[in-house]
Structures are given as C-alpha cells and as structure tokens.
Design a protein around this ligand. Sequence first.
Ligand code: HEC
Length: 376
Amino acid sequence: MSNNQNMSVWQRLIKSLTKANELGREEDVMLDHDYDGIKELDNVLPPWWVWGFYITIGVSIFYLASTWVFGRYNQYNEYDGEVAEFAEYKAAHPELFSDVDLPQLTDEASLAKGKQLFTDKTCVACHLPTGAGAVGPNLTDKNWILGGDIKSVLNTLAKGGRPGKGMVAWESTISKEDRQLLASYVLSLQKNFVAGKAPEGDLWENGVKVGGEGATAAAKEAATLDVNGEKLNVFKGGIEDQLLTFVASDEFKNATPEVLKEKWFDFDNITFEMGSADKITADSQGQLENLAKILKANPAVKVKIGGYTDKVGDDTGNKALSQKRADFIKAELTKLGVGSQVTGAEGYGEQFAKVDEKASDDERASDRRMALRLEK
Ligand code: HEC
C-alpha cells in the first residue's frame, strides 16, 4: 500500500493517465479466466488512450465535414494546386528543365566564348574552323538538315544528329550553358557564308523554315526567281537565290574588299564533262544565262570566277584544268554580254580540296566545283 502523500508529482501524473493498479494488488482484479497459465486482470482502459481515441473521433468529424460538407481538402484540387505550383516554379526557372527554352545569345562576349568552345569541344574536327563543313554539314549556309532555329540547334546539340551520321549527342558531356553558347555561335555563322560543303537540308530565314528540301544534289527543288520582271528557273537556295539576297543586303553594302574576298558562292548547277574544260551540260548553260541576267540587273556588281578540283591526279594538271574551266566560264559570260563585269578567272586546282583522294567519287564531288565571289 502506498499513500498519495509519498508520491512524486510525476508518479501521480502517470497514475492518473494510466489508472494502473498497484503492484501486489493483482488478486483484487483477477478474473477467473486462465489461459494455460496466462491470467487476465480487470484493469480499466488507461485514460491517456481513451482521450486519444476521443480526439481521433473529433478529428475525423472535422475532416469529414471539411471534405464532404464544405468541399475543402479534396484530392483533386490538392493535385491541381500542386501542379499549378510546379508550373509556376518551372516558368520561373526554365533553365532547370529544358534547353529548348534557352534564348539565343547575340552579344559579342557570348559569341566569342561560343567560338572558343567550338574549337575546345572538337566541333572543328568535323565542321572545320570556318564552319564550312567536312564530315559534318556546312554551318554557314542557310540550309539546315535538323532545323535552323535556336530550339532545333539546341536540340541537335543535346540529342545529336540522325543515327549513323556522326553528330554526337553532347548532352552528357557539354553543359547546358556551354551548349547555349555553342548554338548561339553556330547560328551567328550564317552572317558570313563560307563556301564549303554544298547546302544540305531545308532553307531557313531568321529562324523560320522557308523552303522544303534545299539545293542538295539529291533533292533540288525547282523555283523561279524574279529579276527585273524576268523569271529565272533556279533551284531553291541555289546560287542565284544566294546572290540576289546577298547583293540586296546591307552586309554587301558595307562589305570591305577583304570580306568579299573570303565569301565565295558555289555554282550548284555547273557540270563539265569528265576531264573537259569546254563542254558543259545544257543545265549548266541555263545557270550561266541566269547569272548573266542577274549581272545585267545589277550593273555595279563585279564577279571573279574560281575553279576547284578534287585531290585525284597531279597538282599541276589539276590547276591547269581548273584554270581553263574558270576561263571558259568567263568567256561564256562575255558571250552573254556581261564580260565587263567579270574581273578575273582563277584556277585553284586542288589547293582547297578537303576530301581524301581515296574517298569515293561521290564524296569527292564537293571538291570539284566552280564558284564566284563578288567585287564592288
Ligand atoms: C564526329 C564528327 C562531328 C563532330 C565532332 C561534331 N559534329 Fe556536328 N554534325 C556532324 C554531322 C555528320 C552532322 C549531320 C547530322 C545529320 O545529318 O543528321 C552534324 C550536324 C550538326 C548540326 C546540324 C546541322 C544541320 O544542318 O541541321 C549542328 C548545329 C552541329 N552539327 C554542331 C556541332 C557542334 C557545335 C559541335 C561541337 C560541340 C559538333 N557539331 C561536333 C558531325 C560532327
């Protein structure tokens, strides 16, 4: 027997919460039940438990009313709330979720960083330091295989090119910030077209696709161009297109002789017979006539003709052949009445050829070309 006076505050609290019987008094509350020696005492439920139980009933009534009577706390609006909250977060931090929302950078500093990355990340190996293309396509023209807006280029850099083509998915090796710098730099290359690999893919202008297939050898799309009311039959994105656009641009207006010297336009439809310097196809004649019309319409514009061969054969022979071909084109243009606008013709032979001489004939075709550049 203990008496209340001897109990500490703590013991009294425990006692009031449990109403447990004191040790040694089990006999008083023993029931008759005896299960293989396990006996049952007639203890009351401890008040702490009973209160807890009543509280849960209270809470359940509160939630029942809020949910079913007042319509709060329902899982649908709870879900909608969380989705909205996430959308808000995503809008505030687009860079965390996708590079496709990254804007194109145009400031000098970013483009300079992009240019450095273009070398550091080995892009130059396949696209050349100028971007004119080797294994990979020419990045300085307006034609894009995989899309020419910032979204598409970012996607190309992250996910790579078509299977088996060789363009790597850089997602795991180049950070998002660097991919943004690279994509912005790549898009800036169009400001300064460098003749190299022939255009591939669709024609894009200012981030918008304007043509179907571009002027690729495989899929040229016929189009007509209007020059002073006369309709020229051309290929979309071909040399006539490029020339007229360039001649009308501010870029041409402001271009220095040095800039013009680096900007060559490839003829996309001039074919000499194998080894010959004076036999061209009927299509080729058409392209020369187009050029003559464009020159007549722009009498202030002067052009220089360049001839190039692939690496097969000996250097001197190639140079001589390309010189004769360039001379031939100059002579044809003279016949067409624009000789005074052709300032020169030069054969470069295989000096600028990029494809190995052991490569297939198809691959070497991009090195065998005639081109022109403008002079003022
Ligand atoms: C191993 C060679 C290789 C390397 C290295 C390479 N590329 Fe490419 N790239 C390609 C090829 C091949 C394609 C064409 C893919 C296709 O046809 O689907 C291409 C396509 C592209 C395109 C799309 C062009 C278009 O017309 O749509 C862009 C942009 C590009 N590369 C940028 C880069 C950048 C930036 C780097 C450096 C981080 C790089 N590439 C490194 C081979 C390469």
